[in-house]
Design a protein. Structure first.
Length: 680
C-alpha cells in the first residue's frame, strides 16, 4: 500500500486499489477524527531540516491520497469531516512560492502519481463552502499549470468562470513552470479546448526555448506540426479544397521513414497519418463517406483511440434514422468500436468518448452497456452539461422519470449558473419528464399480459419482459403480486412475509446442534440469499453487513443488517434483525435505537425481523408491542405516545406476527414493519 522510505512514506499505486471501507466502518467517531486529521501533527511541526522536507512532503501526500480514497467510499457525514481535513492540507501545503510547502510540485507528481488530478476529480463533489474556499486558495497560490488542471477536471460553470477570470489577469511566462512535463501537459490541454486556443502560442514558445534534449525536441516538433495543421483546419474563411492544399504544404518535421523496419514505428509516418486524419475531418459535414473511407484506411495502418472514435462518429452520421435497420446498424457501429478498443494500449476514456458511447447505448437502449460506462465514468463528469441530457433520455426510456427529475434538480443545484441556451434545453427536458411522470400515474396504464389470450414468440416475450423489468418500483408492485395490485410498501411487506415464512420452513437449518438459534449474521445470510433469489429477476439486490451511518451509542460504525436496493442502486428499504429469547426490554430498545443511525439515506421503509425462540410466542408478541408503543426512538421526531398506534397485519400463519407503525424523521413519515417469527 505504502512503504517507509528514508524516514518518510512513499506512494504506491496499490493504495488506490485497496478497499478502505472496512477501516472506516470499524472506526469510532473519535478514531475517525484522529484518522482524518493526523496530518495536522506534521503541519504543526515546523522544526525540521531541509534534508527532511521531501520526506515530510511525501508523507503528507500519502496521507492526502489516503483521505481521497476514504472520501469516495464514505457516507455523507464522514465526507464533510474528510473535506475539512483536505482543506487544511491544501491551504497549508500548496504554496507555489515555497518548495517546502507544495505537495503538488512536479518533482513529486512524477511516476504517474498524479495527486492533483485525483484531488480535482473529487473537488467537484465537495460541499459548496469547501469548494469555494479551496478554489479561491488554488487560484491565488498554486502554479499556472495546476490552474489549467482545475479547468481540465471541472464541469461546474461557476468554477470554469472563476478560472477564466483568473487566467485573464495572468501573464504566462517561463517562471510559471518548473518542469518540462508541466509545459507539455498544459500546452496539449490548450490545443484540445477551443476556449484555451489563445494560450497555446505563448506555451509553444516556452517549450521551444526549453527543448534541451532530443526527447523534448521530438515532442516540440510533433506538437508544433499538429498545431499548424489545426490552425488551418479552424480557418473559417477558407473552403475545404483550399484548406487541403495548405495542409499538404505544411512540412513534415520528421524524416525517419527509412530508419525503421515497420512504418508504424516511424514518426514521419505518424505525422502523415495525422495530416490525413485532419483532411478526413474536413469532409465530415458535406462528404462523410470520404471521411469514413480515409479513417478506415488510417486504422488499417495504426489503431489509435482518436481515429476509432471519429470512425464511430462518422459511421453513426451516415445512418438513416428512417431506415428499418437503423438500430441494428447503430449496434454494429458500436460493436466495431468495442472490437477496436480491445487493441488500445493503456487508453483512458475522456469526456468525448463517454459522450459518444453513452449516447450510442442510450439510442439502442442497451441497459447493461449504458450502466457499465456510466459506472466507470469519473464522478466529476456525471454533472457535465453535455452528459446530463443523455442520461435523462436513458432514464426516460427505462420509465424512470422520477429518477431523471431528481437528477436534473441536483444538476441545477451543482451548477448554479448555466448558459441560457443550455438551461432552456434542460428546463424543457424537465418539463417533458414531469408531464410524462404525471400521465403515467394518472392513466395507470400499466403493461400486463394475459397469457391465456396472447401467444408470444420468444423474441416478443423478451421485448415485453425488458419493458416490464425496466419499469419503476411502483409499477413492479402493481404487476407482480398474484392476488391484487399493491403499493410499493405493500409489495415490500408481502415479499418479506413470504421470505419469513420460507425461513420458518427451514427453521432446523438456522439452529445449531444444541437447537439454539445461530447468531443474527448467519441467519441474515439466509435472508439475504432468499431476497436475492426472489427479487433478482427485477434486479433488486440485498447486501448484508453493509456498514454505514452511526451506531446507537456513537461508539462504533453503524452496521445495517441488510440493505435492499433497486436496479438503479437506490436504497429501497433496510432491515434490522435480532434474536429474542424473552421480552428483554434492553435488547429490544437497543435495536430500535440503532435504526435512525443506519438510515443515513432516509429510506421510507424499515423492516425489523425478530427471530424469537420462546415457549409463549403470543405472550412475547403482545409484550413486545405493548412495550414499543410507549417508547420514543433515538433520532426520530418525538411522537405523541398517547396517539401512537401499532397495527397488526394478518400474516395468514400462526407462527408469524406482523405489526406496522409510523414514525417521523424531520417531519417525514417512515413506515416500520415488525415481523416476529416463532423458531421454537
Amino acid at each position: 500500500m505504502y512503504a517507509l522510505k528514508n524516514h518518510g512514506l512513499s506512494e504506491d499505486s496499490i493504495m488506490d486499489q485497496f478497499d478502505w471501507s472496512l477501516l472506516v466502518q470499524l472506526s469510532t467517531n473519535k478514531q475517525k477524527e484522529s484518522l482524518f486529521n493526523s496530518s495536522t501533527t506534521l503541519i504543526s511541526n515546523k522544526d525540521y531540516k531541509d534534508d527532511d522536507v521531501f520526506h515530510i512532503l511525501h508523507t503528507i501526500r500519502v496521507h492526502f491520497r489516503f483521505l481521497l480514497n476514504l472520501y469516495k467510499i464514505s457516507v455523507e457525514k464522514d465526507k464533510v469531516l474528510i473535506e475539512n481535513a483536505l482543506v487544511i492540507i491544501v491551504k497549508e501545503y500548496t504554496d507555489n512560492t515555497d518548495w517546502k510547502k507544495n505537495i503538488f510540485q512536479p518533482f513529486l507528481e512524477k511516476n504517474e502519481h498524479n495527486l492533483i488530478g485525483m484531488f480535482l476529480e473529487f473537488f467537484n463533489q465537495f460541499h459548496n463552502d469547501n469548494r469555494k474556499e479551496i478554489l479561491a486558495y488554488l487560484l491565488n497560490n498554486t502554479s499556472i499549470a495546476n490552474i489549467f488542471e482545475v479547468l481540465k477536471y471541472s464541469t461546474s460553470t461557476e468554477i470554469r468562470k472563476e478560472v477564466f477570470k483568473k487566467l485573464k489577469t495572468r501573464q504566462i511566462g517561463e517562471e510559471d513552470f518548473s518542469h518540462m512535463f508541466e509545459i507539455i501537459d498544459t500546452l496539449v490541454l490548450t490545443l484540445n479546448e477551443n476556449e484555451l486556443e489563445d494560450y497555446s502560442e505563448p506555451l509553444l514558445d516556452i517549450l521551444e526555448n526549453n527543448q534541451k534534449s532530443d526527447h523534448f525536441k521530438k515532442i516540440y516538433k510533433e506538437i508544433k506540426y499538429k498545431k499548424d495543421l489545426l490552425k488551418i483546419f479552424n480557418q473559417k474563411v477558407l473552403q475545404t479544397k483550399d484548406k487541403i492544399k495548405k495542409l499538404n504544404k505544411v512540412e513534415n518535421p520528421f524524416n525517419d521513414r527509412k530508419n525503421f523496419g515497420s512504418f508504424k514505428q516511424s514518426m514521419q509516418e505518424e505525422m502523415e497519418r495525422h495530416r490525413r486524419f485532419i483532411v478526413a475531418l474536413l469532409y465530415f459535414e458535406e462528404e462523410p463517406e470520404k471521411t469514413y473511407k480515409i479513417l478506415k484506411a488510417i486504422l488499417n495502418d495504426s489503431i489509435q483511440p482518436i481515429y476509432a472514435l471519429n470512425l464511430l462518429i462518422v459511421r453513426c452520421k451516415l445512418l438513416n434514422k428512417d431506415d428499418d435497420n437503423y438500430l441494428e446498424s447503430y449496434k454494429d457501429a458500436l460493436l466495431e468500436w468495442e472490437n477496436l478498443s480491445i487493441q488500445f494500449e493503456n487508453n483512458i476514456l475522456d469526456k468525448s468518448e463517454y459522450v459518444i458511447l453513452l449516447e450510442g447505448y442510450q439510442i439502442i437502449n442497451n441497459f447493461d452497456k449504458f450502466l457499465y460506462y456510466w459506472n466507470t465514468m469519473p464522478e466529476y463528469l456525471k454533472n457535465d452539461l453535455d452528459i446530463v441530457p443523455i442520461r435523462c433520455k436513458f432514464l426516460q426510456k427505462q420509465q424512470m422519470s422520477a429518477t431523471a427529475i431528481k437528477y436534473l434538480e441536483e444538476v441545477f443545484i451543482f451548477h448554479k449558473e448555466i448558459d441560457k441556451s443550455k438551461k432552456d434545453e434542460l428546463e424543457k427536458i424537465k418539463d417533458d419528464l414531469v408531464n410524462e411522470y404525471e400521465v403515467a400515474y394518472k392513466s395507470k396504464q400499466i403493461l400486463k399480459i394475459n397469457s391465456s389470450s396472447i401467444i408470444l414468440t420468444p423474441e416478443e416475450a423478451k421485448v415485453y419482459w425488458l419493458k416490464i423489468k425496466n419499469m419503476i418500483d411502483e409499477h413492479h408492485a402493481k404487476i407482480f403480486p398474484r392476488e391484487e395490485e399493491l403499493s410499493l410498501e405493500e409489495f415490500i411487506l408481502e415479499n418479506m412475509r413470504l421470505i419469513s415464512l420460507e425461513l420458518l420452513e427451514r427453521r432446523e437449518n438456522v439452529k445449531n446442534k444444541s437447537k439454539k438459534l445461530f447468531i443474527e449474521d448467519m441467519i441474515n445470510d439466509w435472508v439475504t440469499s432468499l431476497i436475492n433469489q426472489r427479487m433478482g429477476f427485477i434486479n433488486w439486490s440485498a447486501r448484508d453487513q453493509s456498514r454505514g451511518g452511526n451506531s446507537a451509542t456513537d461508539k462504533s460504525a453503524g452496521e445495517r443488517d441488510i440493505i435492499v436496493s433497486n436496479q438503479s442502486k437506490d436504497d429501497l428499504f433496510l432491515i434490522e434483525a435480532f434474536r429474542l429469547f424473552g421480552c428483554s426490554r434492553q435488547t429490544i430498545k437497543s435495536h430500535m435505537d440503532k435504526l435512525d443511525g443506519y438510515n443515513a439515506k432516509g429510506c421510507n421503509v424499515v423492516v425489523v425481523l425478530v427471530y424469537c425462540k420462546v415457549k409463549e410466542f403470543f405472550t412475547l408478541c403482545n409484550n413486545y408491542k405493548n412495550y414499543l408503543v410507549n417508547q420514543q426512538y433515538k433520532g426520530f421526531d418525538n411522537t405523541n405516545l398517547s396517539n401512537n398506534i401499532f397495527d397488526e397485519i394478518d400474516s395468514k400463519k400462526v407462527n408469524l406476527k406482523i405489526f406496522k407503525e409510523i414514525r417521523k424523521k424531520n417531519n417525514k413519515e417512515i413506515t416500520l414493519y415488525h415481523l416476529l417469527s416463532d423458531f421454537e
